[in-house]
Design a protein around this ligand. Structure first.
Ligand SMILES: NC(=O)c1ccc[n+]([C@@H]2O[C@H](COP(=O)([O-])OP(=O)(O)OC[C@H]3O[C@@H](n4cnc5c(N)ncnc54)[C@H](O)[C@@H]3O)[C@@H](O)[C@H]2O)c1
Length: 362
């Protein structure tokens, strides 16, 4: 999809592009599309330039290290790059860390989003009238299904109309940022879209999150901790499917709309861990011949842990013809193969930093 005024490729500013989902989106746009991208990322513990290495020599790619809370710097980046699409992914994203130390979540997720909205408002209202009326200008806010809180039964699904009921400091900060984005649309008439997505998994995922943590802990002979009884249900989406959905919404989604994105892959955490162990038992046997399941241990549950999340993704299918391409079975196999292939490079470099696969958020 082109910027429809002058038929040029889009100029897409991606915040948080050195993170897990942002880097998948950036690789997708450079590899498969024609748009220019500029990544704005503070490079916190979760940001990693190695995840962008496959595209970093491309002349449609740019990178600025900056904090989205720094208004002067962000203003200058907007003025210089003149994006017509902002895809905003930068966030503190780990629930356990939000329990240990909520302040970064309040700053980045709420103040950072506010700062970007104000910079976009300025850019948008400084445009010539004709361009504003006819060009594709949009602030795409990337959010989570965790804003909806807990599903108490086993059959309900989150729709775009489900009321917000966040449980953790992380989900409350994301809910707050969603409200700001919609209020800036309603009050100031800036063009926005919002997406709320289920749990992602795939390559380049920081190993504090369940799936990479289990894969890497299993391979290093460590315990595989399961919170509570492992009966929490999540709806898993392969990250490249999310990247395709984000691009569709950013370039063709209806202004002012919200789209839920999900994988139709509901799994209990314990079943996810069993599946990883079974695949490893087949493709990377333990030296003693026993199953990786022997490493599973049950630990005290996370405070405020929601039991079930599940997305109704009918709207994005009907309106934008998006469907996930991976099933959980195909996606998890690709993911495990990627971690095996990158254990001594990308994974080793990540674990050489301060994070050592330990438990957070108790
Ligand atoms: N991972 C999931 O399963 C999931 C699901 C739904 C929605 N989301 C949302 O998608 C977005 C991306 O998630 P992710 O898993 O890729 O996160 P991530 O933690 O892997 O990456 C976040 C990125 O944001 C950057 N960042 C953090 N604070 C910043 C700041 N103040 N200024 C600039 N950059 C900053 C980090 O350096 C990092 O590169 C988040 O907004 C998250 O809420 C994630």
């Amino acid at each position: 999809m082109m910027n429809n005024l002058n038929n040029n490729p889009n100029r897409i500013l991606i915040t948080g592009g050195a993170g897990f989902i942002g880097s998948a989106l950036s690789r997708y746009i450079i590899d498969e599309k024609k748009d220019d991208i500029l990544i704005v990322d503070k490079l916190t513990y979760a940001g990693n330039l190695e995840s962008l290495q496959p595209i970093s020599a491309n002349n449609r790619y740019g990178f600025e290290q900056a904090d989205i809370c720094d208004k002067d710097v962000i203003d200058k980046i907007f003025t210089d790059f003149k994006p017509n699409i902002i895809i905003h992914l930068a966030a503190e994203s780990h629930v356990d860390r939000s329990i240990d130390s909520p302040s970064d979540f309040i700053n980045t997720n709420i103040i950072g989003t506010y700062t970007l909205l104000e910079c976009f408002r300025k850019l948008y209202f400084n445009l010539p009238e004709e361009e504003r009326a006819n060009g594709r200008y949009v602030f795409h806010h990337v959010s989570t299904d965790e804003v909806y809180g807990d599903l108490e039964d086993d059959i309900s699904l989150f729709t775009e109309d489900t009321k917000y009921s966040p449980s953790s400091p992380y989900s409350a900060s994301k809910a707050s940022s969603d409200h700001l984005v919609r209020a800036w649309n309603r009050t100031f008439k800036i063009p926005i879209v919002v997406t709320n997505c289920s749990n992602n998994y795939g390559p380049y995922h920081f190993p504090e999150k369940l799936i990479p943590l289990v894969i890497l802990s299993a391979l290093s002979g460590k315990d595989l901790p399961i919170y509570g009884e492992g009966d929490q249900i999540r709806d898993w989406l392969y990250v490249d499917d999310h990247a395709r959905a984000l691009y569709k919404v950013a370039t063709a989604g209806r202004i002012g709309e919200t789209y839920n994105i999900g994988g139709h892959n509901e799994k209990k955490n314990i079943d996810v861990v069993h599946k990883i162990c079974e695949i490893l038992d087949t493709i990377k046997k333990r030296e003693d011949g026993k199953s990786y399941k022997e490493q599973i241990i049950f630990v005290k549950d996370r405070p405020g842990h929601d039991r079930r999340y599940a997305i109704d993704a009918k709207k994005i299918h009907k309106d934008l013809n998006w469907l996930p391409e991976e099933t959980f079975e195909t996606g998890i196999l690709k993911t495990i193969e990627w971690y095996l292939a990158n254990k001594d490079s990308w994974c080793k470099n990540i674990l050489d930093g301060s994070y050592k696969l330990e438990r957070l958020g108790i």
